[in-house]
Design a protein around this ligand. Structure first.
Ligand SMILES: Nc1nc2c(c(=O)[nH]1)N[C@H]1C(S)=C(S)[C@@H](COP(=O)(O)OP(=O)(O)OC[C@H]3O[C@@H](n4cnc5c(=O)[nH]c(N)nc54)[C@H](O)[C@@H]3O)O[C@H]1N2
Ligand SMILES: Nc1nc2c(c(=O)[nH]1)N[C@H]1C(S)=C(S)[C@@H](COP(=O)(O)OP(=O)(O)OC[C@H]3O[C@@H](n4cnc5c(=O)[nH]c(N)nc54)[C@H](O)[C@@H]3O)O[C@H]1N2
Ligand code: SF4
Ligand SMILES: [Mo]
Length: 913
């Protein structure tokens, strides 16, 4: 039973809406899903959820478009004679049990490993950890959070003695200064960013953004500091020095609750003795550094948020420490509107940390000290406790490559795309003695690595359990769709394996609620205030109470059950839980530790062979490797092709123009991307999104380029500072293929797939010209009615294939690369029925009869508003602001993710004469 909410939200909402949580970012927005009874659902923001109060971003709003079953894995599969065949759960689980048992017998438990994901539910994560660390006897359990939050975890533990996020989202409402460093929150935590923007409108909160790249977030800042990659610790060391020199430290807090300030100050002075040194090392003008320091000094209510620009570096843990130092030194921590704030990436990055999803944690925020190992052993009744840390993701893959790990189970992540040296990872996974994968989809790059067993997992909308967001708030994900095919929850598969290995009692759970209760009980077990993570107050929830559980911020110390069952707290009523305002850290002496950051330097320097630095990250409307957002035509419209952003002068020096294909090369691999010259990156730096994979583009996996040097404390790889070179890739022909039916990738030197309404599109580039493409079209669509246009001399070929009803089945257009045909003008043809003669002529000419031609890139995904009408409005009404655009065109009025782009369009409009 789910908690039905009798609310008619949209006209489409016919069945009662189910309260659940968005499966994308760590903001953790509440969602009301109204199933349509046919496998789909209308989705709206939950006005009562404290994280979003009804708002959703473009990705959350498009969740309904990602629910189809067309790409889903719906049955277990087993490799038989080299090919995957449909199998029963019994056979598939039996194969994993056999492989694990055999491997452990022959090579010991550390030859087995499990690689997890922050997209699993807490219950899945808990089950996997218990199985591996208590019963298989290995701590070789790691997670994609190693690529994501590990430096924050290590930074927290170093400073606080525990992995505690001290603050809450309400701090952004109550701050007077918000510093965002290494965070493109406008695109990556959009609802939180809109909340900050609302606070700024209300109280004039100042915003400082620190990022090597001028991002959509940076464009909103009062002060933007384009820091040199990796130099955050110098900037924050300089801030500590400044605070000390000007007498702005909170001596009472420092004396009562911290230790190590003098050493930290001495270290900071060595790194950042004066403003001139800070300016020189960070590349930020001295005057701007001084403005930042002055703002920070003068503003007690300051929150410093950080994300992957801080975490994903070879000195990520030091960066976290340098930031926390400044908050400890000023006593600005754990009070309203103040504190360091790690923005988590995935929906359940925090839940994974709570259960010990990282190889160097045990469970419930415990480590591998003998006392902690013993405590968990007793709680689990575990026969084979792992007694020391396991291998962290990058090392785990090295062990897969060199044969130390022989059997691996991957759940909920796509490591062949997302891990550094991705080509090597793909090869290593493909050579494993035994590889099992649990996923929602039946094809992705990792699934192409010759797995032995595939297990179909329940997806969002079907699965049931809990996730924890960036502010420690545990929310329920509830099922609102029936389980499709034979898909099962991941925790269930883990439990089944545990039972097959002879541990019936320990893995006897029958529901997610049972797993959750055990997890909650462990958090309170022999805790008595010694560990930050304690949700003992939820350990006694019965099934019905678990079902109804309102979002809970931890700690929820037991045994009082009251708050869990109460109504959702209304926005603004407060009740948020913060840590450390009065000290009480989780170090042995209960004092926080100042840390001494090492002199930072990116792991590898640029040189003549690799003169540019590659920064990588996210775009507004795609999620990771696109297995879900890649299904949404709306989301695909914003930035449809894999690209590399480069400074216009770097592009010019390399003879590269907008839209050219560029080959990036590092010592580890290559990627081919479309050039987007722009003012975003600094000179000498390029930026490429992480989203495209071998399934969505010919050669656009940026992790193929990345070396993955790791941070010494966290083991997190440096993903944002790789030396590369760039060169123009001159392929003679460019074009596109649109098709109503899903096709195999076209036979072209370069291609990228785009989700379209009514079908899909392929952007292509090739050396082969019209005649070759004519042959290919005949081979593919010869059975259909084909009409063609060929101008062999001009290098142009177009062909339209029609089905029996006269509907366009496929449309190809190829031409000289410098005059690439425009696919956006005709993509709607896939949504219309039979075409008449005029329609067919127009289609072949690359137009849509009766429609205005191309209208520019999509700006507002929620209402499908492209750039041209917005530009037209601004041209006709030079005074039009964001509100006016919203009133006329609706753009920007739902999730607000495109507001920065609307502002850019307004700013870039030609001035009226
Ligand atoms: N649209 C969208 N949103 C997402 C995701 C998604 O895939 N798509 N994924 C989610 C996940 S899992 C995560 S982890 C978060 C990540 O959220 P963010 O960390 O905000 O996103 P990124 O784009 O990875 O990187 C943030 C910024 O770090 C900057 N940066 C690079 N090097 C440095 C440096 O040395 N110093 C500083 N100060 N900045 C630097 C980059 O230029 C980039 O703008 O997003 C979450 N939200
Ligand atoms: N160069 C570079 N590399 C990066 C980053 C970067 O900024 N730069 N960012 C890193 C970060 S922060 C992250 S978080 C990673 C993300 O990288 P990945 O985790 O590899 O990316 P996803 O596409 O989210 O993969 C999730 C997979 O799990 C499946 N899945 C989703 N839900 C479930 C479920 O409930 N159960 C099961 N069994 N499967 C499920 C999906 O179908 C999909 O195949 O990438 C990292 N890699
Ligand atoms: S901000 Fe967007 S992606 Fe993140 S949880 Fe909210 S709706 Fe989902
Ligand atoms: Mo992440």
């Amino acid at each position: 039973m789910n908690a039905p909410v009798p609310l008619a939200l949209t006209e489409a909402a016919v069945m009662p809406a189910v309260r659940t949580t968005c499966p994308y970012c760590g903001v953790g927005c509440g969602v009301l899903a109204s199933p349509d009874g046919a496998g789909g659902a209308a989705v709206a923001g939950d006005p009562e959820h404290p994280a979003n109060r009804g708002r959703l971003c473009s990705k959350g709003s498009a969740l309904g478009e990602t629910l189809g079953l067309s790409t889903r894995l719906l049955t277990p599969m087993l490799r038989v004679d080299g090919a995957l065949e449909v199998a029963s759960w019994d056979a598939a689980l039996g194969a994993i049990a056999d492989a694990f048992r055999r491997t452990i017998e022959a090579h010991g438990p550390d030859a087995v490993a499990i690689y997890l994901s922050g997209q699993l539910l807490t219950e899945d994560y808990y089950a996997a950890n218990k199985l591996a660390k208590g019963f298989l006897g290995t701590a070789n359990v790691d997670t994609n959070s190693r690529l994501c939050m590990a430096s924050s975890v290590a930074g927290h533990k170093r400073a606080f003695g525990s992995d505690t996020v001290p603050g809450v989202y309400a701090d952004l409402d109550e701050a007077d200064l918000v510093v965002l460093t290494g965070s493109n929150a406008a695109w990556c935590h959009p609802v939180l960013f809109r909340r900050l923007e609302a606070a700024r409108a209300r109280r004039g909160t100042k915003l400082v953004v620190i990022d090597p790249r001028r991002t959509a977030t940076a464009e909103e800042a009062d002060l933007f500091l384009p820091v040199a990659p990796g130099m955050d610790s110098v900037l924050f060391a300089g801030l500590l020095v400044h605070l000390a020199d000007i007498g702005a430290l909170d001596d009472a807090y420092v004396a009562a609750h911290t230790s190590g300030l003098n050493a930290a100050l001495a270290g900071a002075r060595a790194l950042a003795p004066d403003l001139a040194t800070v300016a020189a090392r960070t590349g930020v003008p001295a005057a701007d550094v001084a403005r930042f320091y002055a703002l920070f000094t003068a503003t007690e209510r300051t929150v410093t948020c950080y994300s992957q620009g801080v975490n994903q570096s070879a000195q990520g843990t030091d960066k976290v420490g340098a930031i926390i130092n400044c908050h400890l030194a000023t006593g600005r921590i754990g009070r309203p509107g103040m504190g360091p704030f790690s923005l988590t990436g995935q929906p359940n990055a925090m839940g994974g940390r709570e259960v010990g999803g990282l190889a160097n944690q045990l469970a419930a925020h415990m480590g591998f000290s003998p006392a902690e190992v013993d405590r968990v052993r007793r709680f689990w009744g575990a026969p084979n406790m792992a007694t020391r840390e396991g291998l962290k993701a990058v090392d785990m893959m090295a062990a897969v490559a060199d044969g130390r790990i022989k059997a691996l189970w991957v759940l909920g992540t796509n490591p062949a795309v997302s891990l550094p040296r991705a080509d090597g990872v793909r090869a290593a996974l493909s050579r494993l003695d035994f590889l099992a994968i649990s996923d929602n989809v039946r094809a992705n790059d990792t699934l192409a690595c010759r797995p032995h067993v595939l297990l179909p997992a329940l997806a969002w909308g079907e699965k049931d359990g809990t996730v924890t967001n960036s502010e420690r708030r545990i929310s329920r994900q509830r099922a609102f769709l029936d389980p499709p095919g034979e898909a099962q929850p991941d925790w269930w598969a883990m439990a089944q394996l545990g039972r097959r290995l002879g541990h019936d009692a320990a893995f006897g759970w029958c529901s997610a609620a049972e797993v959750f209760r055990e997890h909650a009980a462990l958090s309170a077990f022999e805790n008595a205030g010694s560990r930050d993570f304690d949700i003992g107050g939820l350990a006694g929830l019965d099934d019905e109470a678990f079902d109804r559980m309102a979002p809970q911020q931890w700690p929820v110390v037991g045994p009082a059950l009251g708050p869990a069952l109460g109504p959702v707290r209304a926005p603004g009523e407060g009740g948020e839980k913060r840590f450390f305002a009065e000290g009480g850290f989780f170090t042995p002496d209960r004092r926080a530790r100042f840390i001494v950051p090492a002199d930072p330097a990116p792991a590898a320097g640029t040189d003549a062979a690799y003169p540019l630095r590659l920064n990588t990250g996210r775009i507004r409307d795609q999620w990771h490797t696109m297995t879900r957002t890649g299904l949404s035509p709306r989301l695909g419209g914003h930035l449809p092709a894999p690209f590399v952003e480069m400074h216009p002068e770097d592009a010019r020096a390399l003879g590269i123009a907008a839209g050219d294909l560029v080959r990036l090369t590092s010592p580890h691999g290559t990627a081919v991307l479309e050039a987007r010259p722009g003012e975003g990156p600094r000179r000498g730096e390029v930026f490429a999104p992480i989203h495209w994979s071998g399934s969505t583009a010919a050669e656009a996996r940026v992790n193929a380029l990345i070396a993955g040097a790791t941070d010494p404390f966290s083991g997190q790889p440096e993903s944002k500072a790789t030396p590369v070179r760039a060169e123009k890739l001159a392929l003679a022909y460019r074009g596109f293929l649109l098709a109503r039916e899903a096709l195999a990738p076209p036979h072209a030197a370069w291609w990228a797939r785009v989700a379209l309404e009514g079908g899909e599109g392929w952007l292509i580039a090739d050396e082969a010209g019209p005649l070759a493409w004519r042959t290919r079209m005949a081979a593919r669509f010869g059975a259909l009615e084909l009409s063609e246009f060929l101008d062999a001399e001009g290098g142009i070929y177009r062909a339209a294939a029609y089905d029996g009803e006269g509907r366009l089945a496929a449309l190809l257009s190829i031409g000289p690369a410098d005059r690439a045909p425009d696919w956006a003008a005709v993509k709607e043809l896939l949504t219309v029925g039979g075409l008449d003669a005029a329609g067919r002529r127009a289609a072949l000419a690359g137009r849509r009869a009766g429609a205005a031609s191309s209208c520019g890139a999509l700006v507002c995904s929620c209402f499908g508003v492209p750039a041209d009408p917005i530009r037209a409005l601004i041209a006709s009404e030079p005074a039009a602001d964001v509100a006016r655009i919203g009133a006329v065109l609706k753009a920007g009025t739902n999730c607000g993710s495109c507001v920065p782009e609307l502002k850019r369009l307004i700013a870039s409009a030609p001035l009226p004469v």
